[in-house]
Design a protein around this ligand. Sequence first.
Ligand code: 1GP
Length: 257
Amino acid sequence: MTGKVWKYITEKLESEGACHFSLLDPDPLSTTIENVVEIATLAEKAGSDALMIGGSTLFGVIDDAVEKIGAAVDIPTILFPGNVSGVSEQADAMFFMTLLNSTNPYYIIGAQALAAPKIKMAGIETIAMAYLMISPGKTAAWVGDAKPFPRDKPKLPAMYAMAAELFGMKLVYLEAGSGAEGGGVPPTMIAAVSKVIDIPLITGGGFNDAKSVVSAVDAGASIVVQGTYLEKNVQRDNGAELALIVKALKEAGAKRV
Ligand code: 1GP
């Protein structure tokens, strides 16, 4: 059954060509819930289309953060779990992810199986997503026992993305890792992967300015995720620069409608 959030995403992609998602990591060791809620409201004000909530090294329970973020915004809250600890009934939906280039079956199917009963019983909307780790991969690659694809080998994620589509997954995520250097996943890789699949491609990890975000969309990404940029900048100017980044993304997306 198609859920509300998936419908929202597909309708947005159809009418606007591309979406901007904001990643929030409510980790009490490095931030407060109040701070994350403020970033969330500024992201929404700047035009970001949805909030992803999660992280690889989640300390504590995220229910409270998801509930408070959800109460403060109208855009969807989507869980982006790094493990079973990232599941919350408070979110509008969750990316049901499999780290396909992990070397450890736990991150491909083990954690998902352990979380499945709770997710089914709670009736959380799930969006099946192939998660592909691109070098450097950062913390997520280390935690997920991944063998990140080299940045100059686009055929490797292209094959995995095709397999994901054949498995019936709804999205393919090319992840360079939060805080990745080098301006995100290379546009050549995004182009090579998006060309061989008919499902939307989402990418994140190191997209810190309008130029890299627009390059990703021009190369074929449907959704670009920013996390670190928001944490570092969005409160500085009340989201003014983020609004320009989102505007540039939408202009690039409009060319594809
Ligand atoms: C990480 O792709 C996301 O999972 C976002 O990365 O924090 O570098 O924006 P950044």
